[in-house]
Design a protein around this ligand. Structure first.
Ligand code: ADP
Ligand code: MG
Ligand code: ZN
Length: 638
């Protein structure tokens, strides 16, 4: 162990050399590390206090939304504490990504998980016990293995940082039994290290579970705002979801995005259509082999496929920071899932879009998932009943999100217990003017039609009948002879659909849950047919205007906000250079430099090292690796 101490001493010295001032005049080690290794001048909300507490030897729990910067909260103290920091992380891909980010920044770190061969694993452990790594990522399943324990018991462990800490809770959506082993591991250590935990899940049950199950000792708990102001939220109920998607992606040709679907079948379908239509897409769901999932995920991360079509199996562990849009092809099961998935857009802080495409069928599918209850088979009947009830309640709130006329951001924040302003100006509702509209005639027509066909058909047949469509299906069902045929000829189809959705949500109609989704009447349906009933609903006055200028720009330069049109060629050149370097280094492009850094370079047009170091995300280490190549490219262009 002697030599290991020396290594460590030397390493820590190296990191503490970073003890110099940042641009905003703050000095001190942690600022030095922030600037030198990560290239940032300021801490974001919550980071500094969490770091300070850790350094003071206190346990902490940081609850911050996706993209807020939780990793820095343990990485910076890890470089300053005396001893090794173990980071527990649930997913292999996540560890790999974080470790290569750290290595790119000039920090030695390693991961220990099942993706290593036995030889690699023992080599890494050997280096670890020589103290080469201040930060080691480890899979929870490894903790209690003989070889790892042997290492840990002889090393000086300064901190155990538990990332994605909600995985310890059965209430969370990603419960991992192996997380329960963490405390057992900590108890075996000769000296209890600082324990820090981080998650983006804000509910009280999960928070309490984390504190209890990880046995945090009088932790400092920091919850930062859940608002992600760079995200534009939007809900649509399009008649043809695929068309909507196709149009969107063809208008945003250079952007990276994720399309989430509720089922594998949808994933296959959407992916196939997009491929046929000439887009670079890949797919991800639990039905694919491990190898294919891994390779598709890499294609997306390394920008070889710019669109990922996936079920919710994809995402945790994806730190790709330049995802510009997340489209939900179906409504997910609850707001927690929605915000987590949508939140994978715009982690770099640049404007990004979150679009949810709603249809009534999504509610039915989700209800079916809840009824089947696959996830909770190990629970006892009483608990299972409780969980199901809770899930139905959550689904309801998710559905309301799709129908609210209030600010969408406000709705989300209130769901997570925060109070926003009622107007954000950056969501589809804030940009739409709603008017209270009398829809009695249409509503009555819909209900009459359902009644007259004896509740035997689905929504399409009903609406087509009302519109007087000339389809073979209608002729087959003889709906073209119905008294309702064509009585809403004058109403646009999207409007009829909106009214239909309104009737569902207000329980005037319901959908069945079987192989075919049929429209059925409810106890309330009759009310609509009474003579003096008037039904009104809020409807958009006209087509939605495009969002605020600065939220998006025609080109996919991803940072329309700041980038001048005349700088776009330079931006493209820098992007090409970044791609080239990424290939050489075998890392994803965004790990070399983020889009934001590239945009910042286009604006500043740095001429020398000092100016280059002013660029957001350019630290000493990255400068020494790539700085000059970027300087050259800029000078050549300017
Ligand atoms: P999460 O909270 O989701 O784990 P990450 O730790 O992955 O978020 O950080 C998200 C992004 O924010 C990363 O690209 C990271 O480099 C960046 N980031 C973190 N802290 C800062 C900061 N103080 N200033 C600027 N960018 C930051
Ligand atoms: Mg994280
Ligand atoms: Zn809003």
């Amino acid at each position: 162990m002697e030599c290991s101490e020396k290594y460590r001493e030397k390493d820590k010295e190296k990191y503490s050399e970073a003890n110099y001032e940042t641009d905003n005049g703050k000095s001190g080690k942690k600022y030095g590390i922030l600037k030198r290794y990560f290239g940032y001048d300021q801490f974001r909300e919550g980071q500094e206090k969490l770091i300070d507490c850790i350094l003071a030897g206190k346990d902490v729990l940081g609850i911050m939304p996706t993209g807020a910067g939780k990793s820095l909260c343990y990485q910076i103290p890890a470089l300053m504490m005396d001893g090794i920091t173990l980071v527990i992380s649930p997913l292999i891909s996540l560890m790999k990504d974080q470790v290569s980010s750290l290595n790119q920044a000039g920090i030695s770190a390693a991961y220990l998980n099942s993706s290593l061969t036995v030889n690699q694993y023992y080599k890494a452990l050997q280096y670890a016990s020589q103290g080469r790594y201040p930060i080691i990522y480890v899979a929870p399943e490894r903790l209690l293995t003989e070889s790892f324990l042997d290492f840990a018991l002889h090393a000086q462990i300064a901190m155990v940082a538990v990332d994605e800490a909600h995985c310890v809770s059965q209430w969370g959506q990603d419960f991992r039994p192996s997380y329960l082993k963490i405390t057992e591991f900590i108890e075996k250590l000769p000296r209890r290290p600082v324990v820090s935990a981080f998650t983006a899940t804000a509910t009280k049950e999960v928070r309490d579970d984390i504190i209890d199950l990880l046995m945090l000792q009088e932790p400092y708990v920091k919850t930062t705002g859940f608002d992600r102001s760079n995200l534009f939220f939007e809900v649509q109920s399009p008649g043809n979801k695929y068309e909507t998607v196709r149009e969107y992606v063809s208008n945003h040709r250079t952007e990276s995005g994720i399309i989430y679907c509720l089922t594998r079948r949808f994933v296959e379908e959407v992916c196939e259509k997009l491929t046929k239509d000439g887009f670079q897409v890949t797919r991800y769901h639990a039905g694919l082999s491990d190898a294919e999932r891994r390779s598709n995920q890499d294609d997306f991360i390394y920008d070889r496929s710019r669109i990922m079509v996936a079920t919710n199996a994809f995402g945790m562990g994806i730190d790709k920071s330049d995802v510009r849009f997340v489209i939900h092809y179906n409504m997910p099961k609850n707001m927690e899932s929605y915000y987590q998935e949508a939140g994978r857009a715009g982690r770099d802080g640049e404007p990004a879009r979150c679009i949810l495409l709603y249809s009534g069928q999504d509610v039915v599918t989700n209800q079916m998932f809840i009824d089947q209850n696959r996830d909770n088979q190990e629970l006892d009947p009483v608990t299972r009943e409780l969980v199901q009830e809770r899930d139905r309640e959550r689904l309801k709130k998710m559905t309301y999100y799709c129908f609210t006329h209030e600010c969408l951001r406000d709705y989300i924040l209130r769901y997570f217990g925060e109070y926003g302003s009622n107007y954000c100006g950056n969501c589809s509702n804030c940009l739409t003017e709603f008017v209270e509209t009398d829809v009695t005639r249409e509503a009555r027509a819909i209900v009459s039609c359902v009644k007259s066909c004896r509740q035997r058909y689905g929504m399409t047949v009903i609406l087509d009948t009302l519109r007087g469509a000339k389809t073979a299906k209608l002729r087959k069902y003889r709906m073209d002879e119905s008294s309702c045929y064509g009585i809403c000829e004058d109403v646009p189809i999207y409007r009829l659909r909106q009214i239909f959705n309104h009737l569902l949500i207000e329980n005037y109609l319901t959908l069945t849950n079987d192989e075919y989704t049929l429209v059925k009447l409810t106890e309330k349906s009759g009310e609509l047919l009474e003579e003096d009933t008037v039904l009104t609903m809020k409807m958009a006055r006209e087509r939605r205007p495009e969002p605020k200028k600065n939220t998006e720009k025609k080109k996919g330069n991803t940072a329309g906000t700041l980038l001048d049109e005349k700088d776009e060629p330079l931006f493209e050149r820098l992007r090409t250079l970044r791609m080239q370097i990424a290939r050489e280094e075998k890392v994803p492009p965004y790990i070399v430099f983020s889009d934001r850094s590239l945009v910042h370079m286009c604006i500043l047009k740095p001429k020398d090292k000092a100016e280059m170091l002013q660029v957001n995300g350019v630290g000493e280490h990255k400068y020494s690796k790539y700085g000059e190549r970027f300087l050259e490219e800029i000078n050549r262009a300017v």
